[in-house]
Each structure stands twice: as structure tokens, then as C-alpha cells.
Design a protein around this ligand. Structure first.
Ligand code: 5AD
Length: 365
């Protein structure tokens, strides 16, 4: 079936989604992109929402085979921001007009870590109250798999969005990418818990993993739809030299150009299938292409995450090689993204939380 007729179908099945993800002709890709852009603006409006990204610690108890901050990587210099440093970064974020932030770190489940997260959420909520944000900044947590009670505590403290990437829904690939203690089923259960608690819930995958096929990615999109998530953050898999995957144990990853283009098609098709969710144009896109995030927006993303981690720590939070914005000053990223959004014909969504319209519909019908 041609791309045009596929795009007119009401209900896309796995084979249709695989075909859309596999398209290569420039004309087909442009049709896909336009359909994604139209769906984005129809369901989510013209705004591109900002989330200041604060990577508050790179200490990690997990050992995922692809990730640069995995616990077995002894080359990494480990850091943790203090409570005051995180709160200061959040205030600076609010001063740049950003109404929401993502607090991201390596995964830990020990009580000291959990107490730390609770404390920073509490203090940020209070320190960033203003006329525009009477309840303080919107907070998304991205701190890995936690016990249900811990997530309940985070929610009660005022974090209202949670991002937990499933990484891949292929059981075989998941098993090969993670150490034996980790389980795809547990991660799925954790996502369900997060939703049941009341979080706006996000997930996502890496694109172009060694051995991953377009069928796998089509199943990932169906998983996003069936689990009724509110947000997606996904991007290309990029090798980190000090990880086991860099040695090619699972085979070769896609070449950068292909991984980049496939990531854009993945964003577009996810948008077309899920319509009203928030989708981020992730930093990893920018690592593969100088205008990667703008391209992400052109293909259906409606969220950007300017880097707001204090400058001197950024070079230690390297999940993959060639991460952009590690040399910049605080706030520089936000200013530069604001301009890029305006030139790409959209409006920067500032001074507001910018919640996912899907969440609002899910809650209030
Ligand atoms: N390439 C791309 N993305 C990566 N992540 C971790 N390592 C890599 C890599 N080598 C992503 C994972 C994780 C998120 C925080 O970063 O999807 O969930």
C-alpha cells in the first residue's frame, strides 16, 4: 500500500506501522512528516513546551550494557549535586521563563537517595512559586524503577510527571541489553503503578539498537498506545566507548545517518498513532545532527529539554559519546532553543507546565 493510503487509514495495525517506519523515498518521508506536523498542531496546538533538564547525579546502581554511567564504568568521575545546587539550578530555570523541569539521575533505590529526591522536589516547589506558577514549577522525575510506595511519596511531595523508558519491548533484546537482575515485566508493572498513582506517565525506547528491526519498533509503538501513556521521550541509540555494547557483542548499531532518520520517522509515526501525547525532541537527536532537535519538532515532537545542569558537571553525565551542550553556560541552551522554535514556525511554551493534552483528556474525559 502507498504511504498516502496508509496515512488515510483510521486504524493502523502492526504491518502498516512497520511499513511507515521503513519508508525511504524522499517524497514518502515528506508526506509522513507533514501528516505528523498536522496531527501535532491539531491535537496539541502550536506550542513547543520547555523542560529544563537537571542531571543531579551520575551515580548509578544499574549496569545497563549501553549506558555510559553504568556502575561498572570506572572511568567516569561520579558526582551528586547538593540540595542547594539543585534548587539554585531550578530557580535559574524559572528565571529563564521555563515553567517545568526534569530531574534526572542515575538509578538508585537506597533510602538516602529517596530522601534526597523528596527534599529537592519539596524545596523546588516552594522556591519557584510565582504569579505565573502559583504551585511552583512542574516537575518530571526520571530516576528509574522504584517501589510503588516510593513513587507514592514522590507524587505526594508534588512531582506530577514521571518518565521511565521501557528501552525496548522486545523481550529478547531487553534481556541482551540488561544485566540478569532487570526485568521487562517489572518495568511494565512499574509504569502501570505510576499511572495508577496519578502521575502523568512517560516512556520511550532507543532507536537503532544492534539487532533491532522496524517490526520491533512497530511493536514498541503499539505498546505506547496500549499502555495509554501521556508522554514519550525517545532517541537514537549512540555508542559509548566504555560500555560492553561498544565492543559489538550484539552486532553493529545502525550507522548514524540511518539511526537519525529512523528516529525522525519513529517520532512521526508515534505522533500519528497516539495523536495527543507530548513527545520530546531529545538531546540524542542533536548528538547525531546539528539541527537534530528542530528536525524532531518538524517530525511531530512538541517538547524540548534545554540543558540546565550546572556547567561544571555536564561533562560527567555522558550516557553516550558526542553529547551536545556539555560546554555551554547555564541558560544558553534555553535561549538558543527559543530562537530555533520561533524560526521553525512554532511558539515557545514558557511560564507554564505544558501538560500533555492526553493526560487532561484521560483524567477529565
Ligand atoms: N544512547 C542513547 N540513549 C541512551 N540512554 C542511555 N544510554 C544511551 C545510549 N548509549 C538513554 C536510555 C535512558 C535515558 C536516560 O538515556 O534510554 O533511559
Amino acid at each position: 500500500m502507498g504511504i498516502g493510503s496508509l496515512l488515510r487509514k483510521k486504524h493502523l495495525d502492526q504491518a502498516d506501522i512497520t511499513e511507515l517506519l521503513s519508508c525511504h523515498e524522499a517524497g514518502d518521508i515528506e508526506q509522513l512528516r507533514r501528516a505528523a506536523w498536522e496531527t501535532t498542531t491539531r491535537y496539541c496546538g502550536h506550542k513547543v513546551h520547555f523542560r529544563g533538564l537537571i542531571e543531579f547525579s551520575n551515580i548509578c546502581a544499574n549496569d545497563c550494557l549501553y549506558c555510559g554511567i553504568r556502575k561498572s564504568n570506572c572511568v567516569v568521575e561520579r558526582y551528586s549535586l547538593t540540595v542547594d545546587e539543585v534548587v539554585e539550578a531550578a530557580i535559574s530555570c524559572a528565571e529563564h521563563g521555563i515553567g517545568s523541569l526534569v530531574l534526572q539521575s542515575g538509578e538508585r533505590t537506597d533510602p538516602a537517595f529517596i530522601d534526597f529526591v523528596v527534599e529537592i522536589v519539596e524545596k523546588i516547589k516552594i522556591a519557584t512559586r510565582s504569579d505565573n506558577l502559583p504551585q511552583g514549577m512542574g516537575i518530571t522525575l526520571c530516576v528509574g524503577e522504584q517501589q510503588r510506595e516510593t513513587c507514592e511519596r514522590f507524587f505526594a511531595t508534588g512531582a506530577h510527571r514521571y518518565l521511565l523508558r521501557i528501552e525496548t519491548t522486545s523481550p529478547d533484546l531487553y534481556r541482551r541489553l540488561h544485566p540478569p537482575g532487570m526485568s521487562l515485566e517489572r518495568r511494565k508493572a512499574c509504569l502501570q503503578d505510576l499511572k495508577a498513582i496519578g502521575f502523568q506517565c512517560g516512556t520511550g525506547v532507543m532507536i537503532g539498537l544492534p539487532g533491532q528491526t522496524c517490526e520491533d519498533l512497530a511493536r514498541d509503538i503499539l505498546f505506547f498506545r496500549d499502555s495509554d501513556v501521556d508522554m514519550i521521550g525517545m532517541g537514537p541509540y549512540i555508542v559509548h566507548q566504555d560500555t560492553p555494547l561498544a565492543g559489538g557483542v550484539l552486532g553493529l548499531p545502525l550507522p548514524a545517518v540511518e539511526a537519525f532518520e529512523l528516529s525522525l520517522r519513529m517520532i512521526a509515526v508515534t505522533r500519528i498513532v497516539l495523536c495527543d501525547i507530548n513527545i520530546a525532541a531529545t538531546t540524542a537527536l542533536q548528538a547525531l545532527h546539528p539541527t537534530g532537535r528542530e528536525e524532531g519538532i518538524r517530525f511531530g515532537a512538541n517538547v524540548v529539554m534545554p540543558q540546565l545542569t550546572p556547567g561544571r558537571f555536564r561533562k560527567h553525565y555522558l550516557l553516550y559519546d558526542g553529547k551536545p551542550c556539555v560546554d555551554g553556560q547555564e541558560g544558553e541552551c534555553a535561549g538558543c532553543l527559543r530562537e530555533k522554535i520561533i524560526t521553525s514556525g512554532r511558539e515557545p511554551g514558557l511560564l507554564e507546565w505544558g501538560d500533555s493534552p492526553h493526560f487532561t483528556r484521560r483524567k477529565h474525559g
